[in-house]
Ligand binder design. Structure first.
Ligand SMILES: C[S@@+](CC[C@H](N)C(=O)[O-])C[C@H]1O[C@@H](n2cnc3c(N)ncnc32)[C@H](O)[C@@H]1O
Length: 255
């Protein structure tokens, strides 16, 4: 049967690749990457570098799957995402069927860790549920952008016995949640940090693990403007941005 590996490749530094991931990549001959257009060609360079290193220069086939356009104007957000996911599933299914022989092993290279804000696992399940094509798959974890952020700022995400919320910039538009003091923010398309007020500390990182990495930390009142400016400049320079932050409400306890 066809075997598909879903391999977390880390969040930007080729050294993030684990031994387990490197060993898994050795089993595969076809590598699927999602093509997000020219602006993100740096991301593909990283994937190629990882493959060169993990495979020791042996030949391999790289299959680019073009990311279908998502209707970002749609007011019915959930519907737009479901539609986009369906179209992605069609493309993934086609790639698996056409590029992997009956007993071949192929790998999806997934940014960071496949369990975090990534649709690959959901899409593979959707394809299997359609019943048109058979394969089995396994998942190899990777270093997520959150792990990279915490390591670079030398912080623990949680405080003793306390929960941490991982959410998106979009969800933070309504303000800092009442009942949680530590919030990780990802996928912030709209400068949501602008709206963080009160006694909150921000640990921010952009392009973590990459040569352009930027780190800023401090009280929101002191650093939010600097972060937003840095974000805007970086986006202007490179054409895209990936940033993650931990927002930590000051509860008066040093833990
Ligand atoms: C679609 S999610 C993928 C997350 C990924 N699976 C992970 O484990 O980190 C993309 C978001 O992850 C965060 N991200 C990924 N790589 C990053 C990096 N190198 N530096 C900062 N943030 C990153 C950003 O918030 C970005 O908007």
């Amino acid at each position: 049967m066809r075997h598909v590996l879903v391999v977390g490749i880390g969040a930007g530094d080729p050294d993030h690749l684990t031994f387990q991931a490197a060993r898994a990549l050795e089993q595969a001959h076809v590598f699927f990457v999602i093509d997000k257009g020219q602006r993100k060609e740096g991301l593909e360079r990283l994937r190629r570098e990882i493959l060169e290193r993990a495979l020791g220069g042996r030949p391999y086939q790289l299959v680019r799957i073009s990311d279908p356009e998502r209707d970002r104007t749609a007011t019915a957000y959930e519907h737009a995402v479901a539609d986009w996911r369906r179209r992605r599933a069609d493309l993934y299914a086609e790639a698996i069927r056409d590029k992997l022989g009956e007993d071949d092993c192929g790998a999806f290279l997934v940014w960071g860790d496949p369990s975090l804000y990534d649709s690959t696992l959901g899409i593979l399940e959707e394809i299997l549920s359609r019943g048109d094509i058979e394969f089995d798959y396994s998942v190899i974890p990777g270093i997520s952008s959150i792990s990279a952020l915490a390591a670079r700022h030398r912080i623990c995400l949680n405080r003793i016995g306390k929960p941490v919320l991982i959410t998106t910039g979009r969800r933070l538009e309504n303000g800092f949640p009442e009942e949680i003091d530590d919030v990780v923010v990802m996928l912030d398309a709209k400068d949501t940090l602008n709206q963080v007020d009160g006694d909150v500390e921000i640990f921010w990182g952009a392009y973590l693990g990459m040569p352009d990495e930027i780190l800023i930390a401090g009280r929101a009142a002191d650093v939010s403007a600097k972060i937003l400016q840095s974000r805007a400049e970086a986006r202007e320079r490179t054409g895209w941005i990936m940033d993650t932050s931990l927002l930590r409400r000051n509860t008066g306890h040093r833990e």
